[in-house]
Design a protein around this ligand. Structure first.
Ligand code: 5GP
Ligand code: ZN
Length: 114
């Protein structure tokens, strides 16, 4: 998976501003933030997209959301609100082929999305 940018961030080969790290999950600030808080939460294991999730990944997906919720608290946006987004495939706007959860907050977010 040497050509996967998020695998390389997980390995430490590409620098990123980490806000969470455990044996299975890391979170880091998006390089092109779309909101005052824009953090990406990813599994260390390479999963290409939501399409590649298996039933056995249920706990991992739950933990990704719980990590995002914890970061929302430490970022001070838990009460004001935030959005969790998993862009998937071409129409979903996915640009990096390693599953990631966007945590966006710190401003009002429009709906519907573009
Ligand atoms: P997607 O478009 O796949 O849903 O989201 C990919 C996100 O990864 C984008 O918001 C993009 O700004 C971010 N990103 C791409 N390359 C890097 C990088 O090298 N470092 C960091 N921190 N974020 C990146
Ligand atoms: Zn990867």
């Amino acid at each position: 998976m040497n050509d996967c940018i998020f695998c390389r961030i997980s390995e430490g080969a590409i620098p990123a501003t980490l806000v969470h790290a455990d044996p299975d999950i890391i979170a880091f600030r998006d390089i092109d933030p779309q909101a005052p808080t824009h953090v990406l939460v990813i599994p260390r294991r390479h999963v290409g997209s939501a399409n590649d999730l298996e039933a056995s990944d249920t706990e991992l997906v739950g933990r990704l959301v719980v990590v995002a919720r914890s970061i929302a608290r430490t970022e001070g946006i838990a009460e004001s609100g935030y959005r969790l987004v998993v862009n998937t495939g071409a129409d979903g706007g996915q640009s990096v082929g390693h599953l990631h959860l966007h945590l966006l907050g710190g401003r009002g977010l429009a709906w519907p999305p573009g």
